[in-house]
Design a protein around this ligand. Structure first.
Ligand code: FES
Length: 265
């Protein structure tokens, strides 16, 4: 049998044309926009973080052929389509109110004063339709207008701050910044005190984790662009990660880790 006969046939990805900032590239059809851009030779310096749809850093604008819509999405989650025209918006220039936290009292009027554009909402719901996290954006804006900060904080809890809602808002408000202020107000003034969080803060301040963190930092850092790094330090890092104490699938709500600060005191 010849060499060529023994080898498995190479899997060939189908290439499709896409346009990145006006220039055509042929890329494998199964890639996300982020991977397709990297395949085409672009390097993400900004506009990428988690690569898993959580950090909100990779907002993208695109248009498809024969469709007048300007579409938006997360580059790390949206798969390329033939003839797609796209560009990245690593930062959206939205208004963010400036205020002194120490002057706040946790009242809804303070949110209204910081973001009076709230009341320009036309209830078009375009913000909700564009949200990659399926958040009811218009509903939380409505809750803030009505003074229900608890509901607004709950509804916006999954926000990843990508800013896509603001790109669509006819009232030109930055819903995600408004919701962030509301969640912070709720955390500070309205939510019941969290005993467990207080203990964790105490543990951090006391230096309880310092030795462990120093040990981890001494092992160096992983290069995200090198998939096959094998060094004794990396192996130790992986081992520590894989053997970390985890909550069992069958635990009840009273479960606490053996390494819990409160248990060791
Ligand atoms: S890189 Fe974090 S959401 Fe896309």
């Amino acid at each position: 049998m010849s060499d060529t006969e023994t080898k498995a046939p190479a899997l060939e990805a189908k290439l499709i044309p896409i346009y990145i900032m006006g220039k055509r590239y042929d890329v494998p059809e199964s890639l996300t926009i982020m991977k397709a851009m990297e395949y085409a030779g672009y390097q993400y310096i900004r506009g990428a973080g988690c690569r898993g749809g959580i950090c909100g850093a990779c907002a993208t604008v695109y248009r498809k052929p024969g469709d007048y819509h300007i579409r938006v999405g997360l580059a790390c989650q949206t798969v390329v389509e033939p003839e797609m025209y796209l560009t990245q918006i690593p930062f959206y220039p939205a208004n963010r109110a400036v205020f002194n936290w120490d002057d706040l009292k946790g009242q809804v009027e303070e949110v209204h004063a910081a973001y009076p554009e709230l009341f320009r909402c036309l209830a078009c719901n375009a913000c909700t339709k564009v949200c990659p996290m399926d958040i009811e954006v218009m509903d939380y804006i409505s809750a803030i207008k009505q003074g229900d900060l608890d509901r607004a904080a709950e509804l916006s809890f999954d926000c990843i701050q990508c800013g896509l809602c603001a790109t669509r808002c006819m009232a030109e408000m930055a819903q995600y910044h408004i919701a962030q202020m509301v969640r912070r107000i709720r955390g500070r003034f309205l939510a019941p005190p969290s005993e467990h969080a207080d203990k964790q803060v105490e543990a951090i301040k006391s230096g309880f984790y310092s030795d462990k963190l120093d040990e981890l930092k001494a092992l160096g850092t992983l290069d995200p662009f090198k998939q096959d790094q094998v060094t004794p330090e990396i192996e130790k890092l992986k081992k520590l990660y894989n053997e970390r104490e985890m909550e069992p699938h069958t635990s009840d709500e009273k479960w606490v880790p053996q390494s819990d600060y409160a248990l060791l005191k």
